[in-house]
Design a protein around this ligand. Structure first.
Ligand SMILES: Nc1ncnc2c1ncn2[C@@H]1O[C@H](COP(=O)(O)OP(=O)(O)OP(=O)(O)O)[C@@H](O)[C@H]1O
Length: 605
């Protein structure tokens, strides 16, 4: 079939693939295809180009493609990259998380027909509601003050899908707690995030009639970051692709699997790649990082993968630096020494090209405080960030970007904002009503355009104009509404983002002017010229006395951090960590000892 309209950006980027036989093979694949490849090898680039090609050549509206990934951050990155190719979310192109897909395209349309044991209309519990229910049931079962191991509870629910199996009851306390918790949620008419995927999986596994319906709507399913997505999605994928005839395009890297604690398993992707009915593609060229960084990363992983840099002559900086005064001292060193030198080191480099990565939000607090005191603008992505990135908060940010001047060059595209808005409605609204809504929203956004505005006023106007009414009428948005409320609170006078202007709210996603502060987990899929990793001490990364599987995952986390860098990696440590039991001088991270020794050995050779 001939190409329908495609953008010049698409043609230019597609031409890049010609020099890489693996990427080209994946791009030309006609059946199920799995791309297994290392960091910076262009997996996501190949996936978005392939998706653009499929939308242009292989499917015709109302049929389309669904593109699923792990987190909202990754989904935003995909949306951004697709928009650059001229493609935006639409009723026949889903781009989002597995939770969003299960809610919108499985449970909402078919859940009631399948008589699933969940309360309708589907109302997703807010984080607070689900935390409270977990605690209430835990207290009832095990007594007040029990170790509240909610992480284990989540992992058990996500990874043991068959409740009649011995694996479910072998962890008797977790099984009882999970069942009590779910009953408590149902009693209040709620489901939670894990329910979405578990019931989505049940729906496609137990109801054959769902498969042709899904195939008719989405004959193509693309999955990014497959290694992080867990066993429920793996079952959904296998069922819809191999029983339902949906064509699969999946990319991932088992070495970057860092969500084992949630039940994810990098081996699932290998399992898929080994099937006879799947074309397997491997990529070895790293387009992101300088050669020294590519080889140091492999040394850190402790596995020879044979990856090569596309730019072997590019200079790299790799530094191990001990700082006095713990995390505070490390943050000070980053602010006073590394960042100024990095900014001066390359023409055009800006704060947005630099990231400080840390293990958890507590370290993030220390770094954020130091960065704010130094007067640097920053964007923070971790659980202590003022609000979480969910579809609604991302949409508000994008509306802000449009109103703050983006409308001039269609960045983002208005049509995309309208389509995403319509997508927030539970049921497909009749065409005339959708046109009316889109018109009202266009008028509202048009009236909110300002050269210099305050983010607080903008969000308040957007809420009063249309958003609050939407949230009140859509129970499935309840959990996202919580994040919109957190955003409003952060923007209020005295809040963490009280001074934010409209352009900055719009630019929080990938802003060139804001230093990036992220957990190592949130840095997944991102790239920066300069990566500063702090807190590389034993007792933090890795934790002390980790079991072998957890230790391997910590190592992969370290690997993910290193592989975000194009030009420079700075690894900071103090030789001790501060714990609830006081200061522990356990030394720096053994990962640094190993890496430094291997690098020295390699240089001696
Ligand atoms: N064929 C190519 N020619 C030039 N640049 C490329 C090519 N393929 C990928 N790139 C560039 O390499 C960088 C890494 O690509 P991408 O983010 O798609 O990699 P990835 O494999 O998804 O990485 P990770 O797993 O680390 O997130 C991007 O800047 C991308 O534009």
């Amino acid at each position: 079939m001939p190409l329908r309209s495609v953008s010049a950006a698409y043609l230019a980027q597609a031409a890049d693939l010609a020099g890489n036989p693996g990427q080209q093979a994946a791009y030309d694949s006609t059946g199920n295809c799995v791309v297994l490849a290392g960091p910076g090898s262009g997996k996501t680039k190949t996936l978005v180009l392939k998706l653009a090609r499929i939308m242009a050549e292989d499917v015709r509206a109302p049929r389309g493609a669904a593109c699923i990934t792990y987190s909202q951050e990754c989904a935003r990155e995909l949306t951004r990259r697709l928009e650059r190719l001229g493609l935006r979310e639409a009723s026949n192109l889903f781009i989002g998380t597995v939770h969003g897909f299960c809610l919108r395209h499985l449970l909402m349309p078919y859940g009631r027909l399948a008589d699933l044991p969940v309360p309708f209309p589907l109302t997703v519990a807010t984080t607070r509601q689900s935390d409270q229910a977990m605690k209430r049931v835990g207290d009832r079962l095990f007594g007040v003050g029990h170790p509240n191991k909610t992480m284990d509870l989540g992992r058990h629910r996500r990874s043991v899908l068959d409740r009649t199996s011995i694996f479910w009851t072998s962890e008797a306390e977790l099984a009882a707690w999970a069942e009590g918790y779910e009953a408590e949620l149902r009693r209040t008419g709620l489901i939670d995030f894990d329910d979405l995927v578990v019931f989505g999986q049940r729906l496609v596994s137990e109801h054959d009639w769902v498969l042709p319906l899904l195939q008719a709507k989405f004959p193509v399913l693309a999955v990014d970051e497959y290694q992080d997505l867990g066993v429920a999605l793996h079952r959904i994928v296998k069922r819809v692709a191999f029983d339902g005839g949906v064509r699969l395009f999946a990319v991932g890297d088992p070495d970057q699997s860092i969500y084992g604690f949630t039940g994810a398993d990098g081996a699932l992707l290998q399992d898929l790649a080994e099937r006879d009915d799947v074309e397997r593609v491997q990529l070895r060229l790293n387009y992101r990082s300088a050669a020294r960084i590519v080889s140091a990363s492999e040394m850190a992983l402790g596995e020879a993968r044979g990856y090569r840099s596309n730019d072997p002559d590019r200079q790299a900086v790799i530094e191990f630096t001990q700082c006095a005064d713990g995390l505070e001292g490390q943050a000070a060193h980053a602010i006073e020494e590394i960042i100024p030198a990095a900014l001066a080191g390359k023409p055009g480099r800006a704060l947005g090209d630099i990231a400080i990565l840390y293990r958890d939000y507590r370290a993030g607090d220390v770094v954020a405080e130091a960065v704010a005191a130094a007067g640097l603008d920053f964007v923070r992505v971790d659980t202590a960030a003022p609000y979480r990135k969910v579809a609604l908060t991302s949409w508000i940010e994008d509306c802000a970007a449009w109103c703050a001047g983006g409308w001039r060059e269609a960045r983002p595209q208005l049509r995309g904002l309208l389509d995403r808005w319509l997508g927030f409605h539970r049921a497909r609204i009749p065409e005339a009503e959708a046109r009316d809504e889109a018109q009202r929203l266009t008028q509202l956004l048009w009236s909110l355009r300002v050269e210099e505005g305050i983010a607080r006023d903008f969000v308040a106007a957007l809420r009063a104009g249309m958003l609050d009414a939407l949230m009140a009428g859509e129970p499935s948005l309840a959990d996202q509404g919580e994040q919109v409320n957190r955003m409003t609170a952060a923007l209020a006078v005295g809040g963490a983002l009280a001074d934010l202007d409209l352009a900055s709210l719009g630019g929080r996603d990938g802003s060139p002017l804001h230093l990036n502060l992220l957990t190592l987990h949130s840095a997944k899929g991102c790239e920066y010229d300069v990566v500063i990793m702090v807190g590389l001490d034993l007792g933090s990364l890795p934790w002390r006395n980790e079991l072998p599987a957890a230790r391997r995952e910590s190592r992969r986390l370290f690997y993910v951090g290193l592989t975000r860098a194009r030009d420079e990696i700075h690894m900071l440590y103090s030789g001790y960590v501060d714990t609830a039991r006081g200061r522990m001088r356990w030394g720096r991270s053994p990962f640094l000892d190993e890496l430094e020794a291997r690098m020295e050995e390699a240089e001696d050779e």
